[in-house]
Design a protein around this ligand. Structure first.
Ligand SMILES: [Zn+2]
Length: 277
């Protein structure tokens, strides 16, 4: 195990030692993993989204939705700068087998061309290793490169390797730091695929077990501080209602990182990778 720079001080110790909360308690957030789906609108409206994001200091965010009209209403109704991603698989009603839809590339191109939203990405796409050779995945990668769109992939390591073997230019955001979020594996993928970045949504328990940041994660986050983003993954209305608690669980480990690393992961990376267009 390599030596690391972890300060010998706990968060509680730090809070007691300082007369004020660390800067990271109010650091703005770039949330790299928001969903807002038509089924959620009745129980959690756009005003609720706007209020939730504002009260949690979410300055900008990747917002995924299948519905362009809903995206425009979200953009009009919130102060948070939203980076729009088109949720193709939701739109097709094909969460796990979208890659087998015939002429998928042409269908996505038509969705993009007939909408007034300036989409900056596509996804989230769930895909297992066995489906990586499907023609629809190939077409998706072609289109992402051609139109300079980032794709959010929730999938196996073999999917990422295959994507970069055939499309070295493609920009991938690997959801949840991949299907097997173990620091040595994550490090290996970051080093081999420089155009891939990672969102850490759903990984609070692994990163911060029992409220103390895991040593291997701590080292990895410092080593590759410019490649990670946080997210809450609001895939249901319930997750939206739990937003503050889930985000606070993320802030609890961000606060154990050096301030410059915490700021990079909390918002600077997202704002650099997805500037206002
Ligand atoms: Zn998701």
């Amino acid at each position: 195990m390599r030596p690391h720079l972890r300060p010998a001080i706990t968060t509680i110790g730090l809070l007691l030692a300082l007369p004020f909360a660390p800067a990271s308690a109010t650091t703005p957030i770039f949330d790299a993993h928001l969903h807002y789906r038509p089924a959620v609108t009745e129980t959690f409206g756009i005003a609720d989204v706007a209020r939730t994001l504002a009260s949690n200091e979410v300055r900008s965010a990747i917002m995924m939705t299948p519905d362009p009209a809903l995206m425009r209403r979200l953009q009009a109704g919130t102060d948070t700068r939203l980076v729009p991603f088109l949720e193709v698989s939701q739109r097709l009603g094909r969460k796990m087998d979208w890659m087998h839809v015939e002429d998928l590339g042409d269908r996505i191109a038509t969705m993009l061309d007939t909408s007034e939203v300036r989409w900056q990405g596509l996804g989230e796409f769930h895909i297992m290793a066995d489906d990586r050779f499907a023609p629809g995945f190939e077409q998706l990668l072609d289109l992402a490169v051609e139109r300079d769109l980032t794709i959010m992939i929730h999938g196996d390591p073999a999917v990422i390797d295959h994507a970069y073997a055939t499309h070295p230019e493609v920009r991938i955001l690997w959801a949840h730091a991949g299907s097997y979020a173990y620091p040595p594996l994550v490090r290996d993928y970051l080093e081999r695929h420089p155009r891939m970045n990672m969102d850490l949504s759903m990984r609070n328990p692994r990163i911060n077990p029992g409220g103390n940041i895991d040593d291997d994660w701590f080292e990895l986050l410092l080593e590759h501080a410019d490649r990670f983003m946080i997210g809450v993954d609001t895939f249901t209305a319930h997750r939206w209602k739990q937003y503050t608690r889930l985000k606070d669980e993320t802030r609890a480990w961000l606060q154990q990182l050096p301030d410059d690393v915490a700021r990079a992961i909390a918002f600077e990376n997202g704002e650099r990778l997805f500037p206002a267009r």
